[in-house]
Design a protein around this ligand. Sequence first.
Ligand SMILES: O=C1C[C@@](O)(C(=O)O)C[C@@H](O)[C@@H]1O
Length: 165
Amino acid sequence: MPPRRRILLINGPNLNLLGLREPHIYGSATLADVESQAQVQAQELGFTLDTFQSNHEGAIVDRIQAAAGRGPLAKEGYTDADKVSAIVINPGGLTHTSVIVRDALLGVDIPFIEIHVSNVHAREPWRHHSYFSDKAVAVICGLGVYGYTAALDPLDLNALHTIPQ
Ligand SMILES: O=C1C[C@@](O)(C(=O)O)C[C@@H](O)[C@@H]1O
């Protein structure tokens, strides 16, 4: 059987307001636009896409653990079928603060791509540091919401592990 490709797209705090918050920085596309475009792309490329957004750090940790079939959500109906082979994550402000989301990603050992809509390196100095970049397969920033499309591109996915059936 061919390897399964199931990708999890996570958006962190405040990204539910994409399209409304600071449009001069983040543009006018909404999170719904981003997720539906990503679903179209997934269908075209033949992988399953799960999407998740939360404003809560612990909820993101629980969802990452569930992506490996572990943690509290694993007891609530998430099964092995929900295991993913790669994660695309825009951690939002947690990028610059979150040891625990970093630890969650390292703990499940699922390769991930970090994406930011804005060019964080052209913004406030404290946005230049990420708790994720040194462990990410790739980091995409400053491409606007096209960054999500780039992250899900098969060229990037080919570089990632897949879960054998
Ligand atoms: O919430 C966000 C969004 C962001 O991750 C981006 O997509 O550009 C950049 C972060 O610094 C910020 O806190």
